[in-house]
Design a protein around this ligand. Sequence first.
Ligand code: ATP
Ligand code: MG
Length: 351
Amino acid sequence: MEKKITVLPGDGIGPEVVASAVRVLQAIGKRYNHEFQLQYAEIGGAAIDQYNNPLPDKTIAMCEESDAILLGAVGGPKWDNNPPELRPEKGLLNIRKTFDLFSNLRPVKAFPSLLDASPLKREVAENVDLMIVRELTGGIYFGEKHRDLDQASDLNIYSRAEIERIVDNAFELARLRRGKLCSVDKANVLETSRLWREVVEEKKEQYPDVEVEHNLVDSVAMKLITNPGHYDVVVTDNMFGDILSDEASVITGSLGVLPSASIRSDNFGLYEPVHGSAPDIAGQGKANPAATILSVAMMLRYSFALLNEAAEIERAVSAVFEDGYFTADLAKGDSRALTTDEWTDRVIAEI
Ligand code: ATP
Ligand code: MG
């Protein structure tokens, strides 16, 4: 298979973790005979410094003619006082909007050797393997806003078409996983939620192999802590998804191992770690590249349908943790922490 990938290293530890992930991608390409063509472009602070624009047209053009995007992280203290249009984070918002990446996937999987880092009890956290699917381009964050002296409002608006496409996406993802879907809403009080529930009920006829449940967001917020092992795929709107995906992410106990994807219906997608640019450790070889490496696995699975190759990367990452090799953020007691590159070498050796 031949695929073209635009790589956007970004700022802080972005370039370091992306370099690791690219090495893993090349190792997989070699092992399974795929040609992954890489082209590099700027986003965020790096793009502001060079082009005075957090998402230059040149970067958009390159992304347009590629099959997927791999992104590191954007932002840092250097640009914190910039005007809103010249903030690195603006580049990220713009790229999601430009490419209509409406479905945000955040898988959370417990690695047995990392369970000590989880705030949950071992027996609660150990079976966790879930994915939050968040609608990313609609809802209350994008609805009309009003301010009238001492009164304010935000419009929460969803069309049937917007709900249908995210729900279809979630059903398809559930099929690729354990075939369970939990749709989260607040249908006891919100009209958008009643439409959401209606659409899920209609759609489930097309996916008889997927088991569906509806749950209220307040109840899911509790169950993610008391019984997270219950969930496979969780689909919800923009705001509920924002909150629940951050809640779920703390289960693993480490930002350094959480991948994410933002995709659309034709399987084009942007893949990036959940963590930010971590300016405090940038340039020191301390960054944990696992989240970005696992984001590459997501790219192989969801954009290229290379399921074995994706599983192989995930297996290799797991094996390196099980063998007791960690970067500084996870190394415990007397075990020596590996550098970003050394840890990546271990993963490649596994592949
Ligand atoms: P942003 O605003 O872009 O999210 P941030 O610095 O506020 O950036 P993160 O970059 O996510 O937030 O970092 C939060 C903390 O977690 C930092 O102390 C950072 O060192 C640590 N951290 C984040 N990602 C990693 C990683 N991949 N490896 C090791 N430590 C990390
Ligand atoms: Mg931050």
